[in-house]
Write a protein that binds this ligand. Structure first.
Ligand SMILES: *Cc1c(COP(=O)(O)O)cnc(C)c1O
Length: 389
């Protein structure tokens, strides 16, 4: 290709970005993969500015540089889990502050606000952000923060992030988006106007169900300072080994997501056509209630499918158990397919009345599509659905 010296420097593609990182901190050894820096402490006055692993470590920085590059933002801060990342953000609030939350947030986020931060005077208000009247609530409640998740768990509601961020930015209200279900490869919350993009790196980013981690990305240096402060002051840091594993995992994120999304798309249609299924939710299906928003803000429909089966709790449960390649387990986003019964697993701690209001009933299953061969997953699901007839 002819080079032109006036050309703007080319930004590498996402595969390249997730494989290469800025610094190995062991350059002189010629290492291709970074080592694990287990040291808890560092010599005072070292060039890289490390002092104690609770407040920073070479393995944290390597992972942070990769995550910031795929999120196309200035800063990333890593934590010991997704819940630690949520805690770090919530710890910036003070007594009397109101957080306006999407009513279908991840169960542990709800528990953290309702059972922990509530004791410190942080208040919550819950709204359905797919309802246009939620936009008026932003002005009416004047919250200190808006907390969103899209697509939501387990109903895969899609929220118009850009529209909400447009309203909040004129009021100077920070918006947090939990981007765990999509990752930066499918959706970029900061480019849609969010202040903070949060991810449980336990899920797709690591992708191998063998480490826990969380991360928050931002372009705002004040928020970056608060997050780094929370990492050390609250002891929310990850372990160097987990960061090393997640750094290795993220290198194949794009390859995994490609395979998982393409299988999920096919399986969503297959499940929807089966007579033992009431309905299927998948963001890019034409029958998804917010498909236009999904098509606008997501690069693909992701690899989670939620379905309502024609069965009671016992039948739904035995459907989950009869699958051969889908392990019945919490979590999602790994290379192995998983099936979850939200009513008794991930959402077991949610009040029955609220579950009913949200539509999380005993017939609901959530599938996390892995990297197995599509035919095997397809036959497995078909046989299990046939048993419900
Ligand atoms: C799993 C998950 C979290 C919490 O992450 P952990 O790493 O398990 O602490 C937060 N948000 C969403 C959407 C999740 O799926």
């Amino acid at each position: 290709m002819a080079s032109n010296k006036n050309q703007i420097p080319r930004i590498p593609g996402v595969n390249t970005l997730s494989i290469h990182h800025g610094e190995s901190f062991a350059k002189e050894t010629g290492t291709v993969m970074p080592p694990i820096f287990t040291s808890s402490t560092f010599e005072h006055g070292n060039q890289q500015g490390f002092d104690y692993t609770r407040s920073g470590n070479p393995n944290f920085r390597i992972l942070e540089s990769v995550l910031a590059s795929i999120e196309n933002c200035k800063y990333a801060t890593v934590f010991g889990s997704g819940v630690s990342a949520i805690t770090a953000i919530a710890s910036s609030l003070k007594s009397g502050d109101v957080v306006l939350c999407e009513e279908n947030l991840y169960g542990c986020t709800v528990r953290l606000f309702e059972q922990v931060f509530k004791k410190f005077g942080v208040k919550t208000a819950w709204v359905d952000f797919t309802n246009p009247s939620a936009l008026d609530e932003i002005k009416r409640k004047n919250p200190a923060m808006v907390w969103l998740e899209s697509p939501t768990n387990p109903l895969l509601k899609v929220i118009d992030l850009k529209e909400i961020c447009k309203r909040t930015s004129s009021l100077n209200i920070p918006v947090v988006v939990d981007n765990t279900f999509s990752t930066a490869l499918i959706q970029l919350p900061l480019e849609l106007g969010a202040t903070l993009s949060l991810t449980s790196t336990t899920k797709y980013i690591n992708g191998h169900s063998d480490a826990l981690g969380g991360a928050v990305c931002t372009n705002d240096h004040k928020w970056e300072d608060r997050l780094k402060f929370a990492q050390k002051a609250l002891g929310l840091q990850p372990s160097p080994f987990d960061c090393w594993l997640i750094t290795r995992g993220v290198k194949t994120l794009s390859l995994r997501i490609k395979q998982q999304v393409s299988s999920a798309q096919a399986l969503a249609d297959q499940i929807a056509d089966h007579p033992s299924v009431n309905w299927v939710r998948y963001p890019f299906r034409l029958d998804h209630p917010q498909k236009d928003i999904a098509l606008r803000q997501m690069k693909s429909g992701g690899a989670i499918i939620t379905a309502s089966l024609k069965g009671d709790q016992i039948q739904t449960y035995s459907f989950c158990k009869s699958l051969k390649y889908f392990t019945m387990a919490e979590s999602l986003g790994g290379i192995e397919s998983l099936v979850c019964h939200p009513a008794t697993m991930t959402h077991a701690s949610i009040d029955p009345e609220i579950k009913k209001k949200l539509g999380i009933n005993e017939s609901l299953v959530r599938l996390s599509i892995g990297c197995e061969d599509l035919d095997d997953l397809s036959i497995d699901l078909h046989e299990a659905m046939n048993k419900l007839l």
